[in-house]
Design a binder for this molecule. Structure first.
Ligand SMILES: Cc1ncc(COP(=O)(O)O)c(C=O)c1O
Length: 426
C-alpha cells in the first residue's frame, strides 16, 4: 500500500497522530513454559498429545517467523485437503449442498470462539466479512464509524471511502502505543453506528480490551465489529465474554488453514438490525419453480422464502469447500493442542526477543503487556540493512523499509529465535 498509515489518518480524520513509541513496563502476559523442553500435556481429555515445538507436523524450508502474514500448512491440514481432493475426484455424484465439510468447520470455529454454530456464517475473507457488516448495517450519513489506526489498512480505506460519501468517521489517535478508551468514548456521537477495530493490530501487535470497548459502545447505542484474524487461534478469545457484536477471521493465519475461507460471527440478538445485501441459493427455503411444463402454473418464476439465520443472511452460494475441508483439519489440530497452551508455549520465545532486540537499536511498537503472537519493531533502514542476510539464512519475517514484524508459532523453538537475533545484531 502506498499511503502511509500516518498520511491515511490525517486524510481521514484530521486528528493529530500521537507518535507510536515503545512504552510500558515489562510484564509477563501469560504464564510461561520453557520453550526448549518438550511439553507432554494435552489440552483436552482423550485427545492425542502433541509435543511442542511441533516441527514434525510442518515441512517448510528455513525458519518461519511470519505466521502473522501466512501460517504454513501442517500435515493435519494437508491430509484433510488430500482426503477432500480424493473424494472430489472419485465421487462424481456427490450432493454437495448436503454433503460437505461446512458444518464441521463452522462447529469447530464456533467452539473456538465460544459461539453457537448457528451464529457463524462462512464468507470468502476477513475484509469481505467487514464489508458485508458495513453494508448490512446501512452505514452512511446518519450511521457513522469510529475506528483507530491500529485497524487493518484496507479496513481504514473502506471507512475512508464511505466517509467520502458522507458517512461520519472518527479515527481515534493513539496515545503512545495504545488507545485511551476515554478518547474513544468521547468520539461517540448520536450518529455513531459502529466501532470497528482489529482485536490484535497487524502492524504493532496491540491487543485491544474488547470487553471495555463493547461496554463503552453499547452504553451509547453503538455496535462493535472486531477483525480477529490476528487473534483467533493465537490468543484465547470468547465472543460472549467480550460481548462483541460482529467479528470475522480468515483461516490462513493463526487458524492454520487455506486462503479464500473466513468465518463471520454475528451476535444473534443483532440479526434484526441487519439487512440482506446479497441473495443466493444458500438462503432460499421452500423453492417451488413455476417455469417448466410440469411445474404448477403461476405467473411468477417461483415461490420461495429467504431464511433469516446468520448463514442465510450472509452465505450466498457455493463456498470454498476445499478451504473448509482444510479448516476442519487445522481446527482439529488447534483444538488438540489448545490455544492457551499455544500462547503459553511461545511466551518465553517472545520474551527473549523483547529482552534482546531493544539492545540492538530496535524500538518496540508492541506494548509489553500485549498477548499477541507477533512483535513489531521500528528500525530506521531495517529493510535495506537486513533483507539479504535474512534471505541468505532463509529466515522469514515481515520486513518493511523501517520496520520488522516477527511472529512465533508452535513449530518455532529458541534456536530459531537465537538465529534471528544473530542476524539482527549485525
Ligand atoms: C488485521 C488483518 N485484517 C485483515 C487482513 C486481510 O485478511 P483477508 O485477506 O482475509 O481479508 C489481514 C492480513 O494481513 C490482517 O492482518
Amino acid at each position: 500500500m502506498n499511503v502511509t498509515r500516518r498520511e491515511l489518518i490525517r486524510t481521514l480524520s484530521g486528528l493529530p497522530v500521537a507518535a507510536a513509541a515503545a512504552a510500558g513496563t515489562p510484564s509477563t502476559p501469560v504464564s510461561e513454559e520453557p520453550a526448549h523442553t518438550k511439553v507432554m500435556e494435552s489440552s483436552r481429555a482423550g485427545s492425542p498429545v502433541i509435543a511442542l515445538p511441533d516441527k514434525a507436523s510442518f515441512s517448510f524450508e528455513g525458519t518461519h517467523l511470519n505466521a502473522a502474514y501466512t501460517h504454513p500448512l501442517g500435515t493435519h491440514a494437508r491430509a484433510a485437503f488430500a482426503r477432500y481432493i480424493e473424494g472430489h475426484a472419485r465421487d462424481s455424484g456427490r450432493a454437495w449442498p448436503h454433503d460437505n465439510p461446512r458444518d464441521q468447520a463452522v462447529g469447530l470455529f464456533a467452539e473456538l470462539i465460544g459461539a453457537q454454530p448457528a451464529d457463524v456464517a462462512v464468507v470468502p475473507s476477513t475484509l469481505e466479512g467487514e464489508n458485508l457488516v458495513a453494508a448490512s448495517l446501512g452505514l452512511g450519513p446518519s450511521a457513522g464509524v469510529i475506528t483507530d489506526p491500529f485497524h487493518y489498512d484496507a479496513s481504514l480505506l473502506l471507512y475512508g471511502e464511505l466517509h467520502k460519501r458522507g458517512m461520519p468517521l472518527a479515527v481515534v489517535a493513539p496515545r503512545g502505543d495504545r488507545i485511551d478508551y476515554a478518547d474513544l468514548e468521547a468520539a461517540i456521537t448520536p450518529h455513531t453506528r459502529l466501532i470497528a477495530i482489529s482485536l490484535v493490530a497487524s502492524n504493532t501487535g496491540y491487543l485491544h480490551d474488547l470487553k471495555r470497548i463493547c461496554e463503552v459502545a453499547h452504553a451509547r447505542g453503538a455496535l462493535v465489529y472486531a477483525d480477529v484474524i490476528q487473534a483467533v487461534g493465537a490468543i484465547p478469545f470468547d465472543v460472549k465474554a467480550s460481548g462483541v457484536d460482529f467479528c470475522c477471521a480468515g483461516t490462513y493465519k493463526w487458524l492454520m488453514g487455506e486462503f479464500g475461507t473466513a468465518f463471520l460471527y454475528v451476535r444473534p440478538d443483532r440479526l434484526p438490525q441487519l439487512k440482506r445485501i446479497q441473495v443466493g441459493w444458500r438462503q432460499i427455503l421452500n423453492y417451488q419453480p413455476h417455469f417448466a411444463p410440469l411445474d404448477s402454473p403461476d405467473p411468477r418464476a417461483g415461490d420461495y422464502q429467504l431464511g433469516t439465520t446468520t448463514a442465510q443472511l450472509f452465505e450466498v452460494s457455493t463456498p470454498n469447500w476445499s478451504g473448509l475441508a482444510v479448516a476442519v483439519g487445522a481446527l482439529n489440530y488447534i483444538r488438540d493442542i489448545g490455544v492457551e497452551r499455544i500462547a503459553r508455549y511461545r511466551a518465553p520465545l517472545l520474551r527473549r526477543l523483547q529482552d534482546e532486540l531493544p539492545r540492538h537499536g530496535f524500538t518496540a511498537l508492541t506494548p509489553t503487556d500485549s498477548h499477541a503472537a507477533h512483535l513489531a519493531y521500528l528500525r530506521q533502514g531495517a529493510g535495506q540493512r537486513f533483507q539479504r542476510a535474512l534471505r541468505d539464512e532463509k529466515i522469514f519475517v515481515s520486513l518493511y523499509e523501517n520496520r520488522i514484524r516477527i511472529s512465533v508459532s508452535i513449530y518455532n523453538d529458541m534456536d530459531d529465535i537465537e538465529k534471528l537475533i544473530r542476524v539482527l545484531k549485525t
